[in-house]
Structure formats: structure tokens, C-alpha cells
Design a protein around this ligand. Structure first.
Ligand SMILES: Cc1cc2nc3c(=O)[nH]c(=O)nc-3n(C[C@H](O)[C@H](O)[C@H](O)COP(=O)(O)O)c2cc1C
Length: 166
């Protein structure tokens, strides 16, 4: 099983979630966790599993993650199982900024990076293996809300049964 988690992280919170997901997936052969700057989209074609993680910034993934997704060729993820996750502000923090709260209500799930990343992965031919999800931070720099590392691990474990045994 060849798997890859690619993530971006400005303050380290998304990185912690990526590592928790990687650990929950078990120590599999040929499984890597890489920061976005160290990856090229042509490394994806022979993967069994690709997971992308990004902080939500201005309702979207980071520019580096968006560029990476754009760079995947048409049908470049054919036969690859895919999903995505983001980190995002809690409702309490969103509500501290009325403009942000307004747009979050207007856009619904599309106000966060995970759904748009999952849609793009599917558009490139990937097969969505589990619905995208978001993990909460208390304030722009974090920390993660208590329990989110464990929730990320549970999310990852939903992927496990559909993968070949380690
Ligand atoms: C420029 C910028 C824009 C942001 N916009 C949003 C946003 O639209 N919605 C949201 O929930 N959080 C937003 N945030 C908060 C980030 O989601 C938060 O900083 C991130 O989850 C932290 O993850 P990291 O430590 O991996 O960078 C924004 C943060 C930055 C720096």
C-alpha cells in the first residue's frame, strides 16, 4: 500500500492533525507524511491513498495547496483513494468577527477548505474514500480544541478497513 499525506500548516496545528492521522493509519510500508513544499503532483499517480490537509484561510486551502491541486494532470488520480481535511476556527471564534460569521452562514460547508479540496481531488479522478472533515482551533494560531487529535485519529480509522493490511 503506497500512501501519502500532504499538508500545509502556518502555525503547526494542521501538522499535528496530519501526524495523528498518519499514526492512526498504522506504520504501513511506503506511507509518508510530507509538507506541501516537498511534493510534486507527478508523485501522485502510483499512490493507493492520498490525503490532503490544509488550514482554512479566507474560506479556502492555502495558496500552496491550491497550486498543488491545480498542478495534478487531468485523470492524474485515477485509481487513487482520496480524502481531505482542514483546520478551522470554532464557531465561537468565527462569531467574534461578524463578516466572517456572515460568510460562513452563507457558504455553509463550502466556507472551509476540506470540501473544496475533496471536490478537486475527485475532479482529478480520485475516489473519495471517506467524507472530508474539519478540526477546530481556538483562535488563528491555535491551539487545537481539546480532543481534536483523537477525533482525527478516529476519522482516519474509518479509512483503514478499505486499505490492504499493513
Ligand atoms: C490569513 C488567514 C485567514 C483565515 N481565514 C479563516 C477562515 O476563513 N475560516 C476559518 O475558520 N479560519 C480561518 N483562519 C484561521 C485558520 O484556520 C487557522 O489559523 C488554522 O486552522 C491554523 O492551522 P495551522 O496552525 O496549521 O496554520 C484564517 C487564518 C489566517 C492566517
Amino acid at each position: 500500500m503506497k500512501g501519502l499525506i500532504v499538508y500545509d500548516s502556518l502555525y503547526g496545528n494542521t501538522e499535528k492533525i496530519a501526524l495523528s492521522i498518519g499514526e492512526a493509519l498504522g506504520n504501513r510500508e511506503e506511507f509518508s507524511i510530507m509538507r506541501v513544499g516537498n511534493v510534486q503532483p507527478d508523485q501522485f499517480a502510483d499512490l493507493d491513498l492520498l490525503i490532503i490537509g490544509s488550514p482554512t484561510q479566507r474560506f479556502q486551502p492555502t495558496p500552496a495547496i491550491s497550486n498543488l491541486l491545480k498542478g495534478i494532470p487531468k485523470n492524474g488520480l485515477k485509481g487513487v483513494k482520496v480524502t481531505a481535511f482542514d483546520t478551522r476556527l470554532t464557531e465561537e471564534w468565527i462569531n467574534k468577527t461578524p463578516v466572517l460569521a456572515f460568510f460562513v452562514r452563507l457558504f455553509g460547508p463550502s466556507a472551509y477548505a476540506a470540501k473544496s479540496m475533496a471536490d478537486k481531488l475527485k475532479k482529478k479522478g480520485g475516489k473519495l474514500i471517506t467524507p472530508p472533515d474539519g478540526f477546530y482551533v481556538e483562535g488563528t494560531e491555535g491551539p487545537l480544541v481539546q480532543g481534536e487529535l483523537e477525533r482525527a485519529a478516529s476519522w482516519a480509522k474509518k479509512i483503514n478497513p478499505s486499505l490492504p493490511k499493513p
